[in-house]
Design a protein around this ligand. Structure first.
Ligand SMILES: NC(=O)c1ccc[n+]([C@@H]2O[C@H](COP(=O)([O-])OP(=O)(O)OC[C@H]3O[C@@H](n4cnc5c(N)ncnc54)[C@H](O)[C@@H]3O)[C@@H](O)[C@H]2O)c1
Length: 256
């Protein structure tokens, strides 16, 4: 079995021991928000990062930020809903290098109850948040199996396991991400592939600003504050890099 060096040695010194030297990671949706923060964090810990995003310009901006800071990154245009495209883009990467880490992070949001969710919305959410994760895992698993293993991290959400009001289709997709993660974790553990998901609560990213703009025009600030108060800590956690590193920033005065 490959020696794994991603394991955090102790909860207190975990962040310091997080080193990814010699590893290559694909991060889908790495052009913005949480995916961008993951890409920056991985690169700062010596991983080579392949940023895969439907928005090439945003992916390139993240890659440039990493390169400017002395890290290694490349940007790749890809729509995760398109299985052929995902296989092609990932296949080109695998032809050049071994990829040890896949972060299936690309996702979209939607507001609505079962009654106010159209079939079109339901299918769109399913295509990106569920099929996109399936496409990423499918494209990667053969490569990981053939190369002694790897790590898959899927981006779920608390919406997948706790009731969030007005998030019918979104919750459906994140529940599916959790179920797919368990399934793949079980089926591939003997291939030295570790599959996990994380379920963030609300994180202030462009994803949040977008749905406030689309769904609450003119009331963005009011709803933003309402959402902040509904967080267990009573406010937004701050920037996503801080969230990943467990850092408390100056605006974050609530209990952890
Ligand atoms: N922000 C939150 O509060 C929150 C909470 C829990 C979970 N999440 C999850 O975290 C993930 C990232 O969210 P975020 O807030 O950083 O969002 P974001 O909108 O800031 O970033 C999403 C990225 O995914 C890309 N993307 C969208 N559709 C794509 C597609 N078809 N193919 C390839 N790339 C695509 C976008 O271009 C963008 O760069 C999502 O899966 C989201 O569901 C977010």
């Amino acid at each position: 079995m490959e020696k794994r060096n991603l394991t955090l040695k102790s909860p207190s010194s975990g962040a310091r021991n997080f080193r990814l030297g010699g590893k290559t990671a694909i991060v889908t949706g790495g052009g913005s928000g949480i995916g961008q923060a993951i890409a920056l964090c991985f690169a700062a810990n010596d991983a080579a990062v392949r940023i895969v995003d439907i928005n090439l310009q945003q992916a390139e901006t993240t890659a440039k930020q990493i390169a400017d800071a002395g890290g290694q990154a490349t940007a790749h245009a890809c729509d995760v809903t398109n299985q052929r495209q995902v296989r092609e883009v990932f296949g080109r990467l695998f032809a050049k290098e071994r990829v040890q880490i896949l972060v299936n992070n690309a996702g979209i949001s939607h507001i609505g109850t079962v009654e106010s969710t159209t079939e079109e919305d339901f299918d769109r959410l399913f295509r990106v948040n569920v099929k996109g994760v399936y496409n990423g895992m499918l494209a990667c698993i053969g490569h990981m199996k053939a190369n002694g293993g790897g790590v898959i991290l899927n981006m779920a959400s608390i919406a997948g396991s706790a009731a969030l009001a007005d998030r019918f289709a979104y919750s459906m997709t994140k529940g599916a991400v959790i179920a797919m993660t368990y399934s793949v974790a079980k089926d591939y553990v003997q291939h030295n592939i570790r599959c996990n998901c994380i379920s963030p609560a609300r994180v202030h990213t462009p994803f949040v600003d977008d749905y406030l703009r689309k769904n609450y025009p003119g009331r963005e600030q009011e709803i933003y504050e309402e959402l902040a108060k509904s967080q267990p800590i009573g406010n937004w956690r701050g920037d996503c890099e801080g969230l990943l590193r467990g850092r408390r920033d100056s605006s974050d005065r609530g209990p952890r």
